[in-house]
Design a protein around this ligand. Structure first.
Ligand code: OSB
Ligand code: MG
Length: 369
């Protein structure tokens, strides 16, 4: 596959809800969108980095710089036989998995289209629909939380995840557990705790949470392993898992008994497949994370979530929850907690170009010659 041209855009898309986590409040997304052209086909990738380094270290503008000045010049005009060859071309550059993932995932889409196959088949998926849950931000009150949880359970979501932080944890989770004794319930701290919070975290053990997501530092494994030895509730790693090497070390340390996979956090689909293999041989259940993706990123996540290791409901909820209007033509909607995977070659979704034009803040076209 010769990469002939690339178009990079920055889009701004307002969220329908105010999304509050332990690290801040989001009301819109600034999306780096990549269109990669070759052999008359187009591959799509969507960045998940935020404007500020509050979740991981990468930022939208940092990623745009790397793609424009380093990664795209490295591959434009190159004939790359497969995604491994692209990964090799990016290997000299350290870190920055989210920036690499924009390009790697767009290339996977392009490559699957050249093969004439849906991406899920190319990746080794085994199902046509994915079980989904929902990630609910911190609400103004416990009463508001109970209302929002009830609404999403009624919509059929198969797992409720509540964002927590010190001071907004035990009481709200306890109220939800009492009101919905049978619900599959989890909590995501986004690194808001330290080992000094051990007594507070131990109290969560009585609430029958399926797991607690990333309680400790965003780059930590060792303290998570220590905490896991003290908790009955499984710890799920999110922020700390940025590569297959990190996953190998997390498994050896027993830093988490569940893994969340976000291909964009891991550098793309290839690295996600390596983490999937490691997790399967270690008996670690996986689920597909989310980063408030628009249609391109959401479609990529859905395709990857069809692999057999994804045995818990993912954070891939209906696009209409997030946006008045999405950037793709296809409606990515869950029904009874099941999200169908888009049909057709590659990721199976198509850009709504007039809408994309309207929300574009910046764009640059780059060609091979
Ligand atoms: O920690 O999983 C997270 C959103 C942005 C950054 C980090 C996280 C999240 C979510 C939202 O939980 C999941 C989604 O609905 O896309
Ligand atoms: Mg998380």
């Amino acid at each position: 596959m010769r990469i002939e041209a690339a178009e990079l855009r920055l889009l701004e898309l307002p969220l329908k809800f105010r999304f509050e986590t332990s690290f801040g409040v989001q009301t819109k997304r600034t999306i780096l969108l990549l269109r990669l052209f070759g052999e008359g086909l187009e591959g799509l990738g969507e960045g998940v980095m935020e404007r500020l380094p509050l979740y991981r270290e990468e930022t939208v503008i940092g990623a745009r710089y790397l793609l424009e000045e380093v990664f795209l010049p490295q591959v434009l005009g190159q004939d790359l036989p497969n995604p491994e060859a692209l990964w090799e071309a990016l290997r000299p550059f350290r870190g920055n998995p989210m920036a690499k993932a924009v390009l790697e995932m767009a290339f996977f889409d392009l490559w699957a289209k050249a093969l004439g196959k849906p991406l899920w088949q190319v990746l080794g998926g085994v199902r046509r629909a994915v079980e989904v849950g929902v990630s609910l931000g911190i609400q103004p009150s416990v009463e508001d939380t109970l209302r929002v949880v009830e609404k999403h359970l009624k919509e059929g979501y198969r797992r409720i995840k509540l964002k927590i932080k010190p001071g907004w944890d035990y009481e709200v989770l306890k109220a939800v557990r009492q009101a919905f004794p049978e619900a599959t319930l989890t909590a995501d701290a986004n690194s808001a705790y330290s080992l000094a919070h051990l007594p507070r975290l131990k109290r969560l053990d009585e609430l029958r949470l399926d797991y607690i997501e990333q309680p400790l530092a965003y780059d930590d494994l060792l303290d998570h392993a220590r905490l896991q030895r003290e908790l009955a509730t499984p710890i799920c790693l999110d922020e700390s898992l940025t590569s297959a090497e990190k996953a190998r070390k997390a498994i050896e340390l027993k830093a988490g008994l569940v893994f969340n996979i976000k291909p964009a956090r891991l550098g793309g689909h290839g690295e996600s497949l390596r983490v999937h293999a490691l997790a399967q041989s270690a008996g670690i259940p996986l689920w597909m994370g989310g980063m408030l993706e628009a249609g391109v990123g959401r479609a990529h996540n859905l395709h990857l979530a069809t692999l057999p290791g994804f045995t818990k409901p993912g954070d891939v909820s209906s696009a209409s929850r997030y946006w008045e209007e999405d950037i793709v033509e296809e409606a990515l909607e869950a029904k009874d907690g099941l999200m169908p995977v888009p049909e057709g070659a590659g990721i199976g979704v198509h850009l709504k170009l007039p809408f994309v034009e309207r929300i574009t803040l910046w764009q640059r076209y780059m060609s091979a010659s």
